[in-house]
Design a protein around this ligand. Structure first.
Ligand code: HEC
Length: 148
């Protein structure tokens, strides 16, 4: 009689142990999928950072800078152009920040990035290609560096 009850007890023990394992295994599987999801998120974040100025736009901006001569740039009244086209949002000194316009006095981006931003626009900033001449865009990009 004693032996039978031990066998029943063991059978019951094995049964519950098996049942407990299954949800545990499921949990583990879930956790690993969560992990891979997280990994994907971080790689997307990185991509966003890298593409803050799309490489193609940066390439175009560099070509544009190379295509205009110093003489053409010097001929532009960049201050006047800035007042005319940019001060509505950025202010005369560059620090107005209307509608989320970035403060140009603390801007750290390089000349090609600035030229790309003006040429192609970004967010609420309108693109100026076709509105300003290439030399004007480069001259104004140079000028805003003097506001820093
Ligand atoms: C309609 C308003 C508006 C006008 C006009 C405008 N901007 Fe902007 N500018 C913005 C906004 C908004 C941003 C921020 C864009 C973003 O990052 O989403 C910005 C960002 C910039 C940046 C990037 C600064 C940084 O540090 O990232 C530069 C450079 C810039 N503007 C230059 C100019 C120049 C030069 C002109 C004139 C040719 C001009 N902007 C005209 C609204 C404007």
């Amino acid at each position: 009689m004693k032996q039978i009850s031990i066998v029943i007890f063991l059978a019951f023990f094995v049964f519950t142990a098996c049942n407990n394992e299954r949800p545990g295994a499921n949990k583990n599987r879930k956790r690993t999928t969560e992990k891979t999801e997280k990994k994907q998120e971080t790689s997307e974040d990185k991509e966003e950072e890298v593409t803050s100025v799309p490489p193609k736009q940066l390439e175009r901006a560099k070509a544009l800078i190379a295509s205009v001569s110093d003489k053409e740039i010097d001929a532009v009244d960049a201050k006047k152009q800035f007042k005319l086209y940019c001060s509505i949002c950025h202010g005369i000194k560059g620090d107005l920040m209307v509608n989320g316009a970035k403060d140009l006095t603390v801007s750290k981006i390089g000349l090609p990035e600035s030229v790309a931003q003006v040429y192609f626009g970004k967010g609420l900033m309108t693109p100026f290609r076709g509105i300003m001449k290439d030399a004007e865009i480069v001259a104004v990009a140079n000028y805003i560096e003097s506001l820093r």
